[in-house]
Design a protein around this ligand. Structure first.
Ligand code: B12
Ligand code: SF4
Ligand code: SF4
Length: 384
């Protein structure tokens, strides 16, 4: 089968499902794997231990899908560069959608049906495995090596046309016999990024509020707000609290400031996300503080926000409330915190949490409020 004949059909088929085709890649990415291992060895993954257990399939993609020679890289455009006007704190754009794992998976399943049938008509028996974050694979490295984009200094995959507000998914394929593939997919890869992509730009590194992008093309998750507000279980260190006034779930700053995301909507139209949007752009603090388990399911069920769980969202809401309240003056901040604590007591008494670690997270978060305030009081005195 000639790839030049098949590719436009793949493009067209994915487009009918609202997806974009990012190209073909080889499942093995030795250069990226070396970066990945080094990154882990430096502890940059914070407490995400699942990244440690995921080394083996990243090393040997046949564990993901035996015999796969190719991977089709697929993207879902979900947003564009967004100015930080409007109500705060924000919810990261990807999280306002219904859970992408589910809807992208459905789309990919339909695509795989078509792809397998098309191959069969050409006399090829192929086997496919679609993955949407469901297998530990080097998604960004594969996407970059598919040639239509690169990994930027903010560590996101950036498509040359569509920018970085893209969710990634893959179809691992075995048994497909493609001719003339090499010429059509020159491997971009992250080593080309500096030349092909970011050039001398450093905007993401300069604007990252916590200094998490401290080295080119490398993130320190221990400093990343997306880590603290989504992935981390337990209390959040006080030094990160003030940033929750801007984003209380996830963080889009290093993508919003990226010039590669400028004008994407104007050039390529708005992404077709309206039917998938479930959550507003603002993290509604009062509602989250007051919600019970039923309210949690109603408001956030089936969205990426459930990754932080009930307790994580409560924790984030407390921190964001304190961070927002403390901006105008220490006195009003203290009053706001008192209100917050009273509200909390009123709603839950001592018995609100079913799990001990949830109780502990909230108790420790509430306990840390004075520490946060005292630090901010010091800042203020210094300024005066
Ligand atoms: C763990 C994880 C996180 C962690 C760590 C993030 C990170 N940068 O690694 C945290 C919780 C912080 C996070 C945050 C976010 N995430 Co996340 N996350 C993942 C996950 C599950 C694994 C990523 C991973 O393995 N990281 C470890 C690093 C070392 O590996 P890597 O990303 O493959 O590294 C590449 C480069 O950094 C490069 N590299 C590494 N070191 C070096 C050194 C040099 C010198 C060079 C040249 C290159 C280089 O090599 C790799 C290949 O190119 C992926 C899904 C997946 N399976 O890949 C989603 C994924 C990366 N996340 C995604 C999203 C949307 C986000 C957020 C935007 C969410 C939000 N709005 O809050 C933020 C973005 C923050 C950011 N700047 O990265 C998308 C990114 C899509 C895209 N366009 O890139 C992914 C791909 C999920 C998906 N299926 O779409 N995430
Ligand atoms: S997501 Fe936010 S905190 Fe994390 S690297 Fe980007 S700008 Fe920094
Ligand atoms: S902001 Fe600049 S340096 Fe950062 S990813 Fe975008 S182009 Fe690269």
């Amino acid at each position: 089968m000639e790839w030049s004949q098949l590719k436009p059909l793949v493009d067209e088929q994915l487009e009918t499902h609202g997806l974009c085709f990012l190209g073909l890649a080889k499942p093995n990415q030795p250069e990226a794997l070396a970066h990945y291992k080094k990154w882990l060895s430096e502890g940059r993954h914070a407490e995400m231990s699942y990244l440690e257990t995921g080394v083996l399939p990243r090393e040997d993609p046949s564990l993901v899908h035996p015999g796969s020679e190719f991977v089709l890289l697929v993207g879902f455009r979900y947003g564009a560069r967004e100015k930080l006007f409007g109500e705060k704190p924000r919810v990261a754009q990807y999280a306002r959608l219904k859970d992408y794992h589910r809807f992208m998976r459905k789309k990919l399943d339909a695509f795989v049906d078509w792809f397998s049938t098309t191959a069969e008509l050409k006399g090829q028996q192929i086997s496919c495995r679609p993955t949407v974050d469901s297998a530990p694979v080097l998604e960004r490295a594969m996407a970059a090596s598919a040639g239509a984009g690169f990994v930027g200094k903010n560590t996101c995959y950036i498509h040359h046309s569509y920018g970085s507000f893209l969710l990634l998914a893959e179809v691992f394929v075995s048994g497909l016999n493609l001719k003339k593939i090499e010429n059509l997919n020159p491997s971009g890869g992250e080593s080309d990024s500096a030349v092909k992509g970011c050039g001398s730009c450093r905007r993401c590194q300069v604007h990252c509020p916590t200094g998490a992008l401290d080295e080119d093309y490398r993130i320190d998750a221990r400093k990343c707000l997306a880590y603290w507000s989504i992935e981390h279980r337990g209390p959040v260190p006080v030094e990160f609290w003030k940033h929750f006034a801007t984003f209380a779930f996830g963080c889009d700053i290093c993508q919003n400031v990226c010039p590669k995301n400028r004008g994407v909507d104007e050039r390529y139209g708005l992404p077709a996300t309206s039917e998938y949007i479930k959550v507003g752009s603002t993290f509604e603090l009062d509602k989250v503080l007051a919600m019970d388990q039923k309210g949690y399911v109603e408001m956030f069920g089936g969205t990426p926000l459930t990754r932080a769980k009930f307790v994580g969202l409560k924790r984030n809401a407390i921190i964001a409330s304190v961070a927002l309240a403390s901006s105008p003056s220490v006195a009003s901040a203290e009053a706001a915190v008192q209100r917050l604590q009273e509200k909390w007591k009123e709603a839950y008494g001592e018995q609100w949490a079913r799990e001990d670690d949830s109780k502990e997270t909230i108790a420790k978060t509430l306990k840390a409020i004075p520490e946060y305030l005292s630090q901010h009081r010091v800042d203020r005195l210094k300024i005066q």
